[in-house]
Design a protein around this ligand. Structure first.
Ligand SMILES: [Zn+2]
Length: 141
């Protein structure tokens, strides 16, 4: 089995097996407890605490779609259009944007999603590079 790495290893920790869900690496504020993603290089947006009060924290890649849209044109060749993006409120309380994968025909506000990885590229040394996507959970989409 080839080595696998995340496209953005500073933001995503892969599970130990292919079936293990990826984990999102966010930040927690030591002053007010706010969690955020992506990590903020300046400090806490909520209370203004300096960046040295922020610590890395792992966020489960499961949540609910808050808004969804299909992209038909954009300025990068990948992902290929059309694709579906969503604003997702993680169960851990953090809101982020993600690209959906799988059957998105029935996806809507309130659909439960979970993080999965999809092939993205292969490094020169043969390492498989994967990227984070979200798919609907258990037919609730
Ligand atoms: Zn704070």
């Amino acid at each position: 089995m080839p080595d696998v790495r995340a496209r953005y290893p500073e933001l995503i920790r892969l599970g130990s097996t292919a079936d293990d869900p990826p984990v999102i690496i966010g930040q927690a504020c030591g002053a007010c407890g706010r969690r955020s993603f992506p990590p903020d290089p300046y400090g806490c947006e909520a209370c203004g605490a300096a960046v040295d009060r922020l610590t890395s924290t792992e966020l489960a890649a499961v949540g609910v779609i808050h808004a969804v849209a299909t992209v038909h044109r954009h300025h990068h060749p990948r992902p290929e259009t059309p694709f579906t993006v969503a604003t997702i409120v993680l169960d851990d309380g953090v809101t982020l944007k993600g690209v959906l994968t799988g059957d998105t025909s029935a996806v809507g506000v309130g659909s439960r999603v979970r993080g999965v990885t999809v092939p993205w590229d292969t490094d020169d040394d043969g390492t498989e590079v994967v990227d984070l996507r979200f798919e609907t959970v258990g037919g609730e989409g």
